[in-house]
Design a protein around this ligand. Structure first.
Ligand code: ATP
Length: 234
């Protein structure tokens, strides 16, 4: 569904990605693991068009997307939920969700999708008129994911969805990721929490200083000594 071929990307003189090649198959969950600063968020930014690769190519459903603007990429079906739960604090929960559906024309379908989001996150249904800024961290993360789903993505890019959440909420977020995947959305997940990420993933890539240092099925990665030492706590 998504393919990156030898993607290089820079921030000024900083070489953030140095030849990334990876694939995400339709209906799979793929995780991108690696230390802080390895380039994980940058991979998501290049896929979503916020940063254009300096060289290499990105294709989605067989068509090049690496020169498209972010809004065109959203219309193709790729939606990113950025790090640190970026919701609009001064808009209500409902307004935040509505923004997620902004680029869609199938208005009658949009109405149904609110119900799907509330089904996944019942707490949001009780807070539709509350300002997003008054929600707890976990609820804001749910809202950020809910807003992403309102665009009805084919491919959802999740950047560190469990960051800063209490353990019980981390469990809940991962269980929701599993549900979203079962409902048919393909997911590319960036996570520090490698153990839990591998539990929900089919395939994983490890990034080190802008390069892929290991890849394999989730089961292979769990057996990989290097991956265990560096990312799974031995
Ligand atoms: P983290 O989990 O800390 O976000 P990451 O693996 O997602 O880590 P990136 O954020 O992709 O890493 O960063 C990759 C490299 O690019 C790092 O060296 C980082 O310092 C640099 N970098 C990221 N964003 C910028 C920016 N806007 N300007 C300059 N350098 C940047």
């Amino acid at each position: 569904m998504l393919q990156l071929d030898d993607v290089h990307a820079n921030y000024g003189s900083v070489k953030a990605l140095r030849g990334i090649s990876m694939k995400v198959e339709r209906h799979s969950v793929v995780s991108l693991l690696g230390a802080n600063g390895a380039g994980k968020s940058t991979v998501l930014k290049t896929i979503s068009g916020l940063l254009h690769p300096r060289s290499g190519s990105i294709s989605f459903e067989g068509e090049r997307t690496d020169r498209l603007k972010p809004d065109r990429i959203v219309s193709r079906g790729i939606v990113m939920v950025p790090e640190a739960r970026q919701v609009f604090p001064e808009l209500t929960v409902y307004e935040n969700l509505r923004l997620g559906s902004y680029s869609r024309r199938d208005r009658s379908e949009v109405v149904k999708d609110y119900d799907d989001v509330f089904d996944l996150f019942p707490i949001l249904k009780t807070k539709t008129k509350d300002f997003a800024g008054t929600l707890s961290g976990g609820q804001q993360q749910m809202l950020a994911i809910g807003r992403g789903l309102m665009a009805r993505p084919k491919l959802l890019l999740l950047d560190e969805p469990s960051l800063g959440l209490a353990p019980i909420l981390v469990q809940e977020i991962f269980s929701i990721i599993r549900t979203i995947s079962k409902r048919g959305t393909t997911i590319l997940l960036v996570e520090q929490n490698a153990n839990m990420a591998l539990d929900v993933s089919d395939y994983a890539y490890v990034l080190e200083t802008g390069e892929i240092s290991a890849e394999g099925t989730a089961a292979e990665m769990k057996r990989n000594d290097e991956v265990r030492r560096s990312y799974l706590g031995g």
